[in-house]
Design a protein around this ligand. Structure first.
Ligand SMILES: Nc1ncnc2c1ncn2[C@@H]1O[C@H](COP(=O)(O)OP(=O)(O)OP(=O)(O)O)[C@@H](O)[C@H]1O
Length: 788
């Protein structure tokens, strides 16, 4: 402890001897300016009353016997004559004011940031007042001063009296608008703010004084109290040893509290400023409208869809109902299962018989008799739900002899779909109780679809796409279509420039080639990373919030922000892909499925073969929404749904949908190929974007140019990348990736080449590399010199 004290003393002594501008010097200079301003003020004041008497003395300044009437004697008379008579007249009073303000800033040690501005505006004000007074009171030389008079004279020679008057009015407006933010509604705010500022300044000053007091106390204490520790750097005592009675604990945190409060206020103001800017933009230009570019786009009309005889309604005759009921009752009786009550709900393809068994009957018993009941009812597709979730009943679904088609037209036209307030509504079809079933793809967020061949998968995918086409504008959604079968999705080629997304270098938007699928999936991963970056900088959690913020003009497009459309990736035959590409597709799909929900990329994967080597554990875990059309085995049903049942469906769009626990039986809406053709024709014939939506470029590991530092072998985008880096003065691969829409690997290679060219510094871990070229001019020179 003793050592510490001895070390501390010489240091402080050194500090006292230092002559560099210190707090003391500032106080001294501040006092001088304040005194000078007071002197000037009194001189000017008394000059107005004494100037005539003192005029003759001006030449006798050195004569000690001559005495002036000015309050500050000859000094006052001379300096006032200089400022008031020869200078700016009454406006000269601003000088002592400016001096006083400067003096106060120095004296109180306030932040002198705004001081220069005050002086500039002060001088402009002086000139304006002096000219204005010269203009209005030409005969009173003391009001406008010689400068005011002469400048008036000069101006009037050129623009005349009216011209000078108009100039004065204009300059006044400029001063009011720029200096006082003059606006009709701003006047009230200005006065309120000024009052608030005064209060805060006053408080701040008070707290500084308090802290100073506290410090003095503590030093006194340290000499008196033996166990007090003194920090050699902060000169503060160790807190535990402070005497509580000295009240120091209370004062010091108080200062911190005030500081924190002030900080919070400034942040708030900044935020408000941003918001005000955005509000102003919205007021001037309206909210950002992503649909504007295709403002005349017409959504497809309902008449493009066929009714498929749906107008006839569900046809099931009473006889069939009675017959089925009697069979169920008698079959169950054979197995000694008594029925208390039976009720039928007629759906489009199946009728649900709801049974309340007699008391004491075990549910599992009925479940075990499923096959026997099916046999006696002689119908395929009996499904027993024991019990029906949420009800105490058992359900037996029996297919109708004449299944009615659920037309896409009927579900699209339904109120439920039309009024759905969902991000990505999909009208799948109708439930067993004939209600339209609408789900939100954005909430799913990814979907797995399986079913044996010819059971309605392609129709199901078309139903999904059609639903979205009927609800979404081309600016809001983009599809990435993968169709290894090469025939199923070709119809959508017509809407390529409206609704499809593709890789920059590919010709067709619909992907049929497996190697391109891998590139596309990786490109989507890049897009996902880019979008996360955008969300991060916008400080929002998901795409919906992001787009709302962007529309409200709170995000600056110059910072890379843009309206983000949803991206729906549809793979028609996944089994084929995974067989040929295996892990290469599984990895990006799993990554997308795990992470893409927040940023608006949704996956729909369909497969004929729902076996475990196609729908692997990792894929299954990330696709909570599953759809099963009819499959051939119970095992397949379990793979896709985790339960049996899909093997007992009747095909032709009969399907089971699950999004977690409950399994819902649906009849998929039917949309035929000619209908899809009509819709795509209708959309395709309208004005489109110049190209399909471009995904970021991805260069595969083996298709790249390889790292080569030879100038001739540089990447084609080297120059562009260099400009991006130099402009942003930030050497990061992700910046190149984002700005130039390049893949990660390619951007990484370009960064290596930039390093070799001496444009960026070496790799520095998590930090961005240093940019060694200050501007574009220097870059031009550097590259030019290279070629010489
Ligand atoms: N929802 C439906 N309503 C009525 N009929 C349907 C429905 N879905 C499919 N069908 C009938 O089943 C046929 C086959 O459907 P789809 O082409 O969708 O089968 P798929 O499962 O895609 O077969 P694949 O795997 O061989 O391509 C259709 O041509 C149609 O006649």
């Amino acid at each position: 402890m003793a050592k510490k004290r001895t070390k501390f003393k010489p240091k402080s002594a050194k500090k006292k001897l230092s002559l560099k501008p210190s707090k003391q010097n500032k106080i001294i200079l501040g006092s001088l300016l304040i005194v000078l301003s007071i002197a000037l003020f009194f001189s000017f004041m008394s000059y107005y009353f004494t100037w005539q008497e003192d005029q003759s003395l001006l030449t006798e300044f050195r004569d000690r016997n001559a005495e002036a009437n000015n309050l500050l004697n000859k000094f006052g008379a001379a300096i006032s004559h200089f400022f008031m008579y020869k200078g700016f007249g009454l406006a000269s009073f601003v000088f002592p004011l400016l001096l006083a303000v400067t003096g106060l800033y120095l004296f109180l040690g306030l932040n002198s940031k705004g001081l220069v501005g005050k002086w500039i505006w002060g001088l402009i004000g002086i000139i304006w007042v002096s000219i204005a007074l010269g203009f209005f009171a030409m005969e009173q030389p003391l009001l406008g001063g010689l400068i005011g008079y002469e400048m008036n004279d000069f101006l009037q020679d050129y623009v005349g009296k009216i011209g000078v008057f108009l100039i004065l009015i204009f300059v006044l407006m400029v001063i009011l608008v720029r200096l006082f933010n003059f606006s009709p509604e701003g006047i009230g705010n200005f006065f309120r703010n000024q009052r608030q500022n005064l209060k805060t300044d006053f408080k701040k000053k008070e707290s500084t004084t308090k802290v100073l007091d506290a410090d003095t106390n503590s030093i006194e204490l340290s000499t008196e109290e033996e166990p007090v520790l003194v920090d050699t750097y902060t000169h503060k005592k160790d807190i535990p040893s402070l005497n509580p009675e000295a009240g120091l604990d209370v004062n010091l945190p108080k200062e911190e509290e005030i500081d924190i409060a002030l900080k919070v206020e400034t942040v708030k103001e900044e935020k408000e400023e941003k918001d005000i800017k955005a509000e102003k933009l919205v007021k001037d230009f309206g909210e950002f409208d992503p649909k504007l570019e295709l403002g005349n786009y017409k959504f497809p009309i309902i008449d493009l869809l066929e009714p498929h005889g749906a107008s006839a309604g569900i046809t099931i005759n009473q006889e069939e109902l009675e017959e089925n009921k009697n069979r169920i009752v008698s079959t169950l009786k054979n197995y000694k299962i008594g029925i208390a009550q039976i009720k039928a709900t007629i759906g489009p393809t199946v009728t649900l018989y709801e049974i309340v068994p007699e008391a004491g009957i075990r549910i599992s018993k009925i479940k075990n008799l499923e096959d026997d009941i099916a046999l006696s009812l002689a119908a395929l597709g009996i499904r027993i739900i024991a019990p029906i979730p949420g009800k105490g009943t058992i359900g037996i679904e029996v297919p109708n002899k004449n299944a009615s088609v659920v037309s896409m037209r009927s579900v699209i036209a339904s109120n439920k779909f039309q009024k759905a307030e969902m991000e990505l509504p999909i009208a799948f079809g109708k439930t067993i109780s004939n209600e339209t079933f609408v789900v939100d793809l954005a909430k799913m967020p990814h979907m797995l679809m399986a079913g044996a061949t010819g059971q309605g998968k392609s129709v199901g995918l078309n139903a999904v796409i059609t639903s979205l086409l009927y609800k979404k504008h081309p600016a809001e959604i983009k599809f990435v279509l993968v169709d290894p079968k090469k025939v199923e999705l070709t119809l959508y080629n017509k809407i390529e420039r409206h609704f499809l997304a593709k890789l920059p270098d590919s010709e067709d938007a619909i992907i049929t080639d497996n190697t391109k699928v891998i590139n596309t999936l990786n490109s989507l991963c890049i897009e996902m990373d880019n979008r996360y970056e955008l969300l991060k900088t916008a400080m929002v959690r998901n795409i919906k919030e992001y787009n709302v913020k962007f529309k409200a003009r709170k995000l600056n497009p110059n910072d890379g922000h843009k309206f983000l459309p949803y991206i729906v990736l549809i793979i028609d035959e996944f089994a084929d892909l995974i067989m040929t590409a295996g892990k290469e597709v599984e990895a990006p799909i799993a990554r997308l499925a795990q992470l893409a929900r927040a940023i608006g990329i949704h996956l729909i994967i369909a497969t004929q073969r729902p076996s475990v080597n196609v729908i692997t554990g990792i894929i299954k875990a990330n696709f909570p929404a599953r759809i099963a059309f009819r499959v051939t085995s119970k095992i397949d049903s379990r793979t896709i749904l985790d339960t049996q049942g899909a093997d007992q469906l009747i095909g032709r769009g009969d399907m089971l949908f699950t999004q977690g626990n409950d399994v819902t039986r649906l009849q998929c809406a039917f949309v035929d190929t000619p209908e899809v053709a009509k819709i795509t024709e209708y959309i395709g014939s309208q004005r489109a974007y110049p190209d399909a939506h471009l995904l970021p470029e991805y260069v595969g590991e083996d298709s790249g140019t390889g790292i080569d530092y030879d100038i001739a072998d540089r990447d084609a985008m080297f120059r562009d990348a260099a400009e991006v880096i130099v402009n942003a003065q930030q050497g990061s691969a992700s910046l190149i990736q984002r700005k130039l829409k390049l893949g990660y690997n390619r951007a990484g290679r370009i960064i290596d080449q930039l390093e070799a060219a001496g444009i960026v510094g070496p790799f520095e871990g998590s930090k961005a590399r240093q940019v060694l070229v200050p501007d574009i001019l220097a870059l031009d020179q550097l590259l030019e010199n290279e070629t010489k």
